[in-house]
Design a protein around this ligand. Structure first.
Ligand SMILES: *Cc1c(COP(=O)(O)O)cnc(C)c1O
Length: 230
């Protein structure tokens, strides 16, 4: 085994241990939290090594990069998540490549994804990305836009709204992110109460530096890049 593969396996083990400990402290099962390894900074060979080490969910943030990386498909048990902002003109490629589009944030994108889903006659799993922190340059819809976007996605016959996603501000003190994660969770709980039949099982929140807080606040998916890939 190469030195770099050994390092990768150690970092994956360390992240898994952090997830297990945080879940345990929160009275949750580690298996309730999916580790989405964010592979946007690494090449396909490194992804293959990560797969061999047991990772099966990967997050990418750019459609053109993903098209190049996955020209040769990943094994069939791999789930690919799009976590970066999606331009409307790349929606078709995104639908062909990804199993879950986490970054749905505006009505024009909902309409385009619906068109692509209808054309392929299949259902597209999506998350609504919410800018809970209200940061200026951050992606995601505002909290005020959530209702109309949820309604639009629910009207789109080929879109399957699975949950919510947010990115917390990058801060030194990770406790600062807690209200953001708690805010996404209460948004979800509120939507589920108000829309009969809506379940929203997925809460995608937490990254390398704050995954423990996110898990305490109910994250079902954590998106981890640097802590795995360096
Ligand atoms: C890059 C990225 C991550 C991973 O962040 P790390 O700090 O490297 O763990 C998670 N989510 C999104 C949306 C990202 O773009």
């Amino acid at each position: 085994m190469s030195e770099s593969t050994r390092g990768l396996m150690e970092r994956i083990d360390a992240v898994r241990a952090r997830i297990a400990q945080a879940a345990g402290l929160a009275g949750r099962q580690a298996s309730d939290v999916t580790l989405v390894s964010v592979s946007k900074t690494v090449d396909r060979a490194t992804m293959n090594a990560a797969y061999d080490a047991g990772l099966t969910s990967f997050g990418e943030n750019r459609v053109p990069d993903a098209r190049a990386k996955f020209a040769e498909p990943m094994p069939s048990d791999v789930r690919l998540h799009l976590i970066g902002q999606l331009q409307t003109n790349k929606a078709g490629h995104a639908v062909d490549l990804f199993d879950l589009i986490e970054s749905v944030d505006r009505a024009s994108l909902v309409a385009e994804l619906q068109k692509q889903g209808e054309r392929r006659d299949h259902s597209i799993a999506v998350l609504l990305q919410v800018n809970v922190a209200g940061e200026d340059q951050k992606a995601g819809c505002t909290v005020d836009e959530v209702d109309e976007l949820v309604a639009a996605i629910r009207r789109a016959a080929n879109l399957d709204l699975r949950g919510l996603m947010t990115i917390a501000p990058l801060v030194d003190e990770m406790e600062t992110t807690r209200p953001v994660f708690a805010g996404l969770r209460s948004l979800r709980d509120d939507l589920v109460t108000r829309y009969p039949g809506l379940t929203l099982p997925i809460l995608s929140m937490g990254m390398s530096n704050d995954l423990e807080i996110a898990i305490q606040e109910g994250a079902t998916h954590v998106r981890v890049g640097r802590a795995i890939f360096g």
